[in-house]
Ligand binder design. Structure first.
Ligand code: NAD
Length: 473
């Protein structure tokens, strides 16, 4: 079969599944909480029963330790589904609202109806979690889903395909493996909602494609997430948390601290504590540690190696790490200091195990660094001084913030997860995900009220009445 015929086949396959889902969407919209919860339980049971296979797929994709897969991929999915199961009945209920004075005689409520046929495009860095979590939210809200996992983690994508074709008919949930062309073919279709997780650059492509059909979007993107450590912070604890948040998944975490801003009075102490924290987690030779996974592929290895080399050639100091092995996509946990804004590493999202440390003298200077860049997905503050925390919070904007820790907010089911502008549009997780995949339909019922007295003709009396309403509403 030639490439052209193969492409036509994929296009036809995608279109036929899209039409089948469109035809099925209304009956899914009318399903009750029990039916939706049964589907969520299927997802949950499969995930728990196949923990080992999920671990193997992730290990084959980028040598992720099965314990880290349990932590970063499975725990979040299980927690999310259990939360949805617990709350779905109450979230699905129409929400009554109070009646304002000018609406006397009516009643109203908000009804959550599914958006319809949804497209989920997921990235490679947490390929199981970032596919199944939004899928669970979409199912809870009553949608059909076409899922396109990343081509960079083919073992996990194949497992997702197997899982979801075992659990669902194609007219409800369907998986399309493949590269960017598959993604582009999908993006040509008039979906009712697109949930995309990936880079800001591709987020723009997704949003332009969605605009052609006025499809609503959730964009879970990335960027440079700063981590402040002020002069009052507990240095050892901050270092342990930063080293963990930065080097799990080999730094390939959207909310990993991208760079540290440390008060200059404690900079050296923080760097020493970071070095100890790295050694405690991965030993003196991280390459031999089974707990330290790898860069996902050679293209990303070369990108990161390029950032590292360029920084060092231009005067950055290598505090620890710097060893690389391109045959194994390995970069040691690396810390750099003496950086300048002109270095590429300070201009793009690093998304790998290299941590730049910048120092500041005043809080204004630290905030100036953050505000010179796009609004981040996450911003971390390590401090024990309330007035400093307040200053950093009041003078910045970010998708999410953790005070005195990092990364952990992703696992909290009661707070929204997402970015702001360049780091994302819309929110996910828990009720926020349910809302994102729902149309909040406003329903009003006329009971015994009437608005007839303000209909034309606008006699002096009617005009006066309208003026009265304007004044006293
Ligand atoms: P990516 O943007 O390169 O790819 C994401 C998905 O988009 C993949 O499935 C890919 O097939 C598809 N894609 C790639 N190019 C495309 C194109 N031209 N047209 C249509 N589709 C295309 O991202 P990635 O490398 O997989 O993931 C890394 C990025 O994702 C980082 O920026 C990271 O911060 C971000 N991220 C964000 C979150 C979050 O929740 N906010 C989570 C994980 C990763």
């Amino acid at each position: 079969m030639t490439l052209a015929t193969q492409n036509i086949d994929i296009e036809q396959d995608i279109l036929s599944v899209f039409n089948a889902q469109k035809n099925n969407a209304q009956s899914l919209a009318n399903t009750n909480a029990k039916i939706r919860k049964d589907k969520l339980r299927k997802l949950l049971d499969w995930t728990i029963a196949h923990e080992e296979q999920i671990g193997k797929a992730l290990f084959n994709d980028f040598k992720k330790n099965p314990a880290e897969t349990n932590l970063g991929e499975i725990l979040g999915v299980v927690g999310e589904i259990k939360h949805l199961l617990k709350h779905l009945n109450s979230w699905m209920k129409p929400q009554s609202v109070p009646t304002p004075m000018n609406m006397i005689g009516t009643s109203a409520h908000v009804r959550f109806e599914p958006k319809g046929v949804c497209l989920i495009i997921s990235p490679w860095n947490y390929p199981f979690n970032l596919s199944i979590k939004p899928l669970a939210q979409a199912i809870a809200a009553g949608n059909t889903v076409m899922l396109k996992p990343s081509e960079l983690t083919p073992n996990t994508s194949a497992l997702l395909k197997k899982m979801l074709s075992e659990l669902f008919e194609e007219n409800e949930v369907a998986v399309f493996e493949g590269d960017v062309e598959v993604s582009q073919t999908l993006l040509n279709l008039p979906f009712n909602h697109i949930f995309f997780t990936g880079s800001p650059a591709i987020g723009k492509i997704v949003m332009s494609a969605a605009a052609k059909n006025l499809t609503s979007v959730t964009l879970e993107l990335g960027g440079k997430s700063p981590c402040i450590v002020d002069e009052t912070a507990n240095i050892k604890k901050a270092a342990e948390k930063i080293a963990w948040g930065k080097f799990i998944n080999n730094g390939q975490t959207c909310i990993a601290p991208d760079y540290v801003l440390v008060h200059k009075s404690i900079a050296q102490e923080l760097i020493s504590s970071l070095k100890s924290a790295i050694t405690t987690m991965y030993g003196n030779e991280p390459k031999l540690s089974p707990d330290y996974c790898r860069i996902v592929n050679n293209r990303h290895f070369n990108r990161l190696n390029g950032l590292l080399k360029e920084a060092v050639e231009n005067g950055a100091t290598l505090e620890i790490g710097g060893q690389t092995d391109d045959s194994d996509n390995y970069i040691a946990p690396t810390i750099l200091s003496s950086l300048t804004d002109s270095m590429k590493i300070m201009q793009e999202e690093i998304f790998g195990p290299i941590l730049p440390i910048l120092s500041f003298s005043t809080n204004e200077e630290a905030i100036g660094q953050i505000k010179s860049r796009e609004k981040p997905l996450a911003m971390y503050i390590n401090s024990n001084k309330e007035s400093n925390i307040k200053y950093f919070m009041d003078n910045s904007s970010a998708g999410g913030t953790v005070i005195n820790d990092c990364v952990i907010h992703y696992g909290h089911t009661e707070i929204p997860f997402g970015g702001v502008n360049n780091s994302g549009i819309g929110k996910s997780g828990g009720i926020w995900g349910f809302i994102e995949f729902s149309n909040q339909r406003a329903v009003m019922r006329q009971k015994f009220g009437t608005f007839k007295m303000i209909y034309p003709p606008y006699t002096p009396f009617v005009s006066k009445l309208i003026k009265f309403f304007v004044k006293y509403i």
